[in-house]
Ligand binder design. Sequence first.
Ligand code: AMP
Length: 209
Amino acid sequence: MKAIIFGSPGSGKGTQAVILSEYLKLKKISLGDILREEVKKESDLGKEVKSFVEKGILVSDELVSRVIEENIKIDNFLLDGYPRNLKQAQHLEKTLEKNDKKLDFLIYLDIDEKAVEDRLSQRRVCKLCGANFHLENMPSKEEGVCDICDGELIQRKDDTPEVIKKRWEIFSNESKSILEFYTGKLKIIKVNANEDKDSIFSDIKEQLQ
Ligand code: AMP
């Protein structure tokens, strides 16, 4: 099974991708996580993408497409954060076709800008394992400390008000063409992502049946 989880930054993609990939036994491929890991390792790729990732600007299509090609050779995956524009969607389709593969469905997390601002400005992530928390809705048991691995919780550099606004604009400009591209090609599961994480997951499960 091959699927995409799609939605604006802050729509809960990362959180749902973790739950859903476990539920459906799919490997979660998160492009943002892969790139942040490279930045942390200070690899050549990491150095090349660092300033883009920190400013919330999209990395070049050529570069991310290379990273994706390396990662989608397997049969069961859930893509998180790719494709993010029409060119990437077309590239993904061609790459899969070359290997006689195709996508099964796309989950679209639909959310309002106001909810995104709130979620991202209050989001904290674990420096070590990448787990997500929210200061009000999903706080860690001990302030500033990850529940899972005891790592330090930090605010992502791209979770500041100016960068959040920019990321929302980029998403709004590109999302329509992606949804149009996939309409009629594969099953699109649209859910209201303004809800809490359990309701969103129940909605996805219901629509998958
Ligand atoms: P995310 O964690 O999905 O919000 O991604 C964090 C950052 O990684 C983005 O702001 C971009 O700089 C980069 N990135 C992630 N996915 C893509 C993509 N599909 N195309 C280009 N850049 C991306």
